[in-house]
Design a binder for this molecule. Sequence first.
Ligand code: GLN
Length: 446
Amino acid sequence: DVFLRIDEVEDQVKAYLTQTRKTALEQARLVDAKIAKGETIGFLEGIPGAIKDNICTMGVKTTCASKMLEHFVPPYNATVVEKLQTQNPVILGKTNMDEFAMGGSTENSAYFPTHNPWNLDCVPGGSSGGSAAAVAAGTAIWSIGSDTGGSIRQPASFCGIVGIKPTYGRVSRYGLVAFASSLDQIGPLTRDVTDCAHLLNILCGYDAKDSTSINAEVPDFTKSLVKDIKGLKIGLPKEYFVKGMDADVERAIRTAIKKLESLGAEVVEVSMPHTDYAISTYYLLAPAEASSNLARYDGVSYGERVDGIDIVDMMNKTRSAKFGEEVKRRIMIGSYALSAGYYDAYYVKALKVRTLVKQDFDEAFEKVDLIVAPTAPTPAYKIGEMNSDPLKMYLQDICTIPLNLAGLPGISIPCGFTNTKMPVGLQLIGKPLDEATIIRAAYTYE
Ligand code: GLN
């Protein structure tokens, strides 16, 4: 069972920050009792899963992998947790991540790095690296992550599993600790597309507690689990095959595209000329929003406190001691971009370019039903290889960030391996609110 598996490998993988074994066992026993009585049970009942540590769980520590929230126990559940709990799953605990979801390797956790189950010397990706590693290692059957610039899709790709970022507004962000509010979105990480569709059915839907929640009908995504993509038009943006892309990754992606064609899809080239600007746009907007969202950690409203001689000194000491390097870097970039005199030159400019990135997609989607691309330009790399160079790490996000800027849904599915036996992820990008089509294509491919 899953607890044996955790005992066997968790020491090496380190996917969890907090385990809730006692309540998990209680949840499991309740479902066992139901089965013993011959009652029918739902799809998720008794199925063990894990939740990223930036999603509030009532009575269970939610640290965002930060020292700032080391002892934070939320008095309420995030909407997604409430929704999951109506299905009686077994919740195994909270997963490791980059601090406040800032990063792409889970090395920015203030506690410890998580290891990739395919090669323990490698990163699992990030920021939802714990969630992805748990599913890949079999220490959870499903997990929940968040994606601001790729944090569900890229770790799914690095760990050889399925991860979807739904359309912005599809899943309530209530109870998700905010990083960049106009980009953040919650979604599931699973072993296959079938589990992904079932979990999406549970997670999606309008929520009055989130002002950006979309009040649109949620289709039954399991209806998209049909093997048929005949006649589907798939766009291939050449700009996503970037300079410096790993040759094995490119080969796997090109092979996957041939397979989509052989399954009956029509693949046409599309151009997304503003892709090049997506990273600089994101790395202004996301830190700008983060600098504002993280202002609440002042030693008073939330989080830890380090005493000082007066209130300003207390705040300075608290924020200096409890935020990690990367978080501080983003707060500084963001505050700079938002400050008087630079606001128009950086923040407002970035907003305009964001619109151009979105228009690239609008134009492409006039011609095609979905877009196919790599999820990341490289496979998982060695722990320590990238984290001395934040800029290099930022450039890794080129294939995932444009979707967050445009609010679009995207799924990453496994599509083969490199010569060194590391998994490669294929990304399918859908029109707004059209998760159904990318699930159908992903299921047909699988
Ligand atoms: N790697 C990106 C960043 O560091 C994306 C993170 C995320 O999606 N949460 O911001």
